[in-house]
Design a protein around this ligand. Sequence first.
Ligand code: ZN
Ligand code: ZN
Ligand code: ZN
Ligand code: ZN
Ligand code: ZN
Length: 162
Amino acid sequence: MSRFCKNCEKEISEDVFMLHEAHCERFLCKCPECGEAVPKSFKDQHIQDVHPKEKCPFCYDLIEKSKLEAHKLVCDSKPRPCEHCGAIMEISQMIDHEDACGNRTEQCDICQKFITLKAMPEHIFQCMENLDKPNSNAKKRKPNEDAKAPRKRMKRNKNDWD
Ligand SMILES: [Zn+2]
Ligand SMILES: [Zn+2]
Ligand SMILES: [Zn+2]
Ligand SMILES: [Zn+2]
Ligand SMILES: [Zn+2]
């Protein structure tokens, strides 16, 4: 026969249970991290040794060392690149930055119009669709003009990239 000691969560044999319980409650306590029964006087030491904590570099929370890597992956304060320019900064700065950054304009490579970065992905998608459509101007062009046009366009683009 054995009985369950609530203090250390162990099965203790009936004949030593009374002894154990008195001793257990007095000297042992459960580790809040792993649930192991550890001597009360040794608890702080146990937590330091077995469950050392380290500051998360992003949110500054104290995280158990063995769980820190996993925490870093899901940490809400983890820096991420700006979706417009790719700059990496702290999340607190990112909200303001991304707003300002998205309102910057850049020239569309295809139609040469200035488009805000926020609207750029959508714009490029539409711009490319327009390119695929038969261009009424191109139809009217004489054959020798058609031959020149693409070369001109390439030159202009090249300068833009430099
Ligand atoms: Zn016990
Ligand atoms: Zn523990
Ligand atoms: Zn964190
Ligand atoms: Zn940015
Ligand atoms: Zn465009």
